[in-house]
Design a protein around this ligand. Structure first.
Ligand code: GDP
Length: 425
């Protein structure tokens, strides 16, 4: 059975969660391999509506094992809150079907505070962080100033490690920001309230995945955010602090030798972007307001209104290439049904020069979108389940995008529910 990664090819919020929720029935294991609780996957199914932040989207399928890989920023407090929310709605979570990598590093109590303090310090130059502590966490992970989840299982060594980290964190908090310090009793309370309850789920998920792959089990790798937010290849510094690309799935999942046969890139039928940073196709005023309202474009984590614009083929093609996508899922096509004609950005003009290559981040400030218009279809398509039943103009829109992205669009989603999807052969 083949392995597959589901990834975003835009700025995030493309609808990856609904795709994982749909496709998990074909897989034995779902692994989240990067990012933290700073974004959300919205999933609507027979259990209700969920905004998942850390939990893999496969938790709703019985028999599927869900893993938080070593590349994930595990915040015990957020994770526990999410686990309690999901179980209160009737979804079972047991250590048999939810596993946390012993090598996943933990978001420590001060990371959120440091995130807030840094955004405050930056004032109107801020990065638009969701203030979940993700940037300070990854910085600390790479300078080895946090702990791995597995260390919770070695209490004696843990105590000493936490004392050292506390000293380091307080030097930063008081020295850089003049902020209040944390104390050991505060850390003890954090351990007791949030870390103890997740301990039963922590194990060597690398060994588990290795054995599973050897036994022919199929694995679905789930990413957070999208290509344009990748730390190395996105719109730095307005990126996230981890690698959102499928290429990182093997490392971040804990299965460096993973064989990934298929990469499904998820793209939205128009553009949205949360937070700061260059967004070449941004719409403003009434046009933006209408698209935002009809597309319900408000952040799953923060409720922030998303910036919106027409589909940006320059950024999306770059995103598809970065992901080496083998197929695409185009989501939210139904949202565009109100438009008489649909704008699409086919090129950028950068300092007067026409290009279809996505520029270096610093050059984006000088990029202007070149827009083409396609015919709208002006009717409700949310009940359509077969490609032939889509209006001709909608098929034309999808085919136009496919030809420009040079990647087959295998799924077209026309509503948020699990079955609101057209699967093309
Ligand atoms: P993710 O982080 O990539 O999983 O995306 P989000 O969950 O943040 O955002 C996608 C939003 O679009 C969610 O509210 C979904 O319920 C919704 N959604 C997904 N697919 C469709 C679709 O085809 N049509 C509509 N109208 N909404 C969709």
């Amino acid at each position: 059975m083949s392995n597959c990664a589901i990834v975003g090819v835009n700025w995030g919020d493309e609808g990856k969660g609904r795709m994982v929720d749909l496709l998990t029935r074909q897989y034995d294991i779902v692994v989240r391999y990067q990012g933290g609780g700073n974004a959300g996957h919205t999933v609507i199914n027979e259990h209700g509506k969920f905004a998942l932040h850390l939990l893999p989207s496969g938790i709703f399928r019985s028999g599927v094992v869900n893993i938080l890989g070593n590349g994930v920023a595990v915040d015990p407090e957020s994770l526990l809150t999410e686990m309690r929310d999901v179980t209160s709605k009737g979804v079972a979570l047991t250590p048999d079907m939810l596993k946390i990598s012993d090598r996943a590093s933990l978001v420590l109590p001060w990371h959120r505070r440091m995130d807030e303090l840094e955004e405050q310090r930056l004032g109107d130059r801020q990065y638009g962080s969701t203030k979940q502590g993700i940037a300070p966490f990854y910085a600390d992970k790479y300078r080895k100033k946090t702990i791995m989840a597995g260390e919770l299982l070695y209490p004696e060594q843990l105590k000493k490690r936490l004392c050292d980290l506390l000293e380091w964190a307080n030097l930063t908090l008081s020295g850089v920001y003049g902020a209040e310090c944390y104390t050991m009793p505060m850390l003890d309370a954090w351990l007791k309230d949030f870390c103890e309850p997740i301990k039963p789920y922590i194990c060597d998920t690398g060994a588990f995945l290795h054995d599973a792959q050897a036994a022919g089990k199929s694995i679905l790798f789930e990413a957070q955010l999208g290509s344009l937010r990748d730390l190395d290849f996105g719109i730095y510094p307005y990126t996230t602090s981890s690698n959102t690309l499928a290429a990182f799935a093997s490392v971040g999942s804990g299965l460096p030798g993973a064989r990934i046969d298929e990469v499904i890139g998820v793209a939205k039928a128009y553009s949205t972007c949360v937070g700061e940073g260059p967004f070449v196709c941004e719409l403003f005023g009434e046009e933006a307001e209408t698209l935002r309202r009809i597309g319900a474009e408000y952040g799953a984590k923060t409720g922030r209104p998303r910036r919106v614009g027409p589909l940006d083929l320059v950024a999306t093609r770059y995103g598809v290439q970065l992901q080496a996508a083998t197929a695409l899922a185009l989501t939210k096509l139904d949202v565009l049904s109100y438009l008489d004609r649909i704008p699409v950005c086919t090129h950028y003009r950068v300092n007067g020069v026409l290009t279809d290559r996505f520029p270096f981040p610093a050059a984006l400030a000088d990029a202007e979108p070149v827009i083409e218009y396609l015919d709208g279809w002006k009717c409700d398509i949310s009940g359509v389940r077969a490609w032939e039943d889509l209006p001709a103009a909608a098929r034309e829109y999808v085919s136009f995008i496919q030809s420009r992205l040079d990647c087959p669009i295998r799924y077209v989603s026309v509503g948020p529910e699990r079955d609101s999807i057209i699967i093309r052969d």
